[in-house]
Design a binder for this molecule. Sequence first.
Ligand SMILES: [Zn+2]
Length: 81
Amino acid sequence: MFRSCCPTVDKLEAFAKCPAKGWFSEHVKNCPTCSKIVSDLRDESALVAELQQAATAEPSPSVRRRLKGIAREAVRDPENG
Ligand SMILES: [Zn+2]
């Protein structure tokens, strides 16, 4: 088992999105550092996917109220401010 050369984060990111079989998956399975990075990246992309879904789906009234509040906070109209 060679662990001395971990793949770069770029490659781990690509792997997290599109897992490929082979030495890479073997390495990730056996390397705590890389498996942690991959699982973090997956959590991140799962969150992004959830947010994207929430953005396209009809939000519940309470979510919509909160989003409107956030949008008002974020986008202050300079002409009216
Ligand atoms: Zn590694």
